[in-house]
Design a protein around this ligand. Sequence first.
Ligand SMILES: [Zn+2]
Ligand SMILES: [Zn+2]
Length: 245
Amino acid sequence: MKLKVLGSSSSGNGYILEASDGALVIECGMPLLEVKKALDFKIGHIAGAIVTHQHGDHSKFIAEYLKSAIRVCALKEVFDAHALKQRIFCKEIEPMHGYRIGTFNVFVVPVEHDVPCVGFVIEHAEMGKMLFVTDTMMFEYRIPNLSHMMIEANYSDEILDYNIENGITPASMRPRLLQSHMEIKTTENILLSSNLDTVNDIILIHLSHNNSDAEQFKQRIMQKTGKPVIIAKRGVCVDVSKEPY
Ligand SMILES: [Zn+2]
Ligand SMILES: [Zn+2]
């Protein structure tokens, strides 16, 4: 099982979980062409797409995916926000419900963003169980027996303070960030209060362009958890098979 990262930032989010018997697209924030290229144009291999919320960096290209007959699973609010004319391939999902998408099982968990947003627990025989959490101020669930964790590490308070003092980030952004995105300490606390025994790797996602430091975040989480840490960015491909590599 491979995880291919098409994008992981406020400029656009898109990920593919590619198994031998199908592929699951996570987020429609990157053009479908990027997905096609990553799958060598085997579009029939796609079992479906799951979308966390309506913001453009996660759902901008949703109509493209639907037009190509890819089943998109998302909250009702996501489809409403895009004012879609036809909803043939739209599958409305609800928090605390589970769905079968091809050979993938997806359980939907609620998170805390400034619009309705969800996280996912994704299971596949070749991968084990993966947590996917982004665009949230916190995450209260502790999921047992995870093989992989994809979790937001958006900003650090120290870098944000420095950037506000130096006019790089407007001060007005702070209240929004506090209530909608995960600070690195929050990410760290979630990881350290989780049972990581079965976790093969931690993939940090949706880092802020200005208010994060990828290398610092990686070292910090690696040292605190003792697990391999990967920073998700465009072009990254990770082996997310069930057993550690
Ligand atoms: Zn986002
Ligand atoms: Zn968002």
